[in-house]
Design a protein around this ligand. Structure first.
Ligand SMILES: [Zn+2]
Length: 54
């Protein structure tokens, strides 16, 4: 299952969640620290790697 990275907008804690697609589509994410649902998804670094042309 893919790992999604989030940052809490309330306490600024970064956390990762392993979610199945159905869980992800429900968008029921909450900060494990303060239980806030005001979380923002971060783009995983390995997904933003730009291909290098050599
Ligand atoms: Zn939080």
């Amino acid at each position: 299952m893919p790992v999604y990275e989030f940052i809490c907008e309330k306490c600024k804690k970064r956390f990762t969640l392993t979610l199945s697609l159905s869980e992800y589509e429900k968008k029921k994410f909450a900060c494990p620290k303060c239980k806030s649902s005001k979380v923002r998804q971060q783009i995983s670094t390995f997904q933003t790697v730009t291909p290098k042309k050599s």
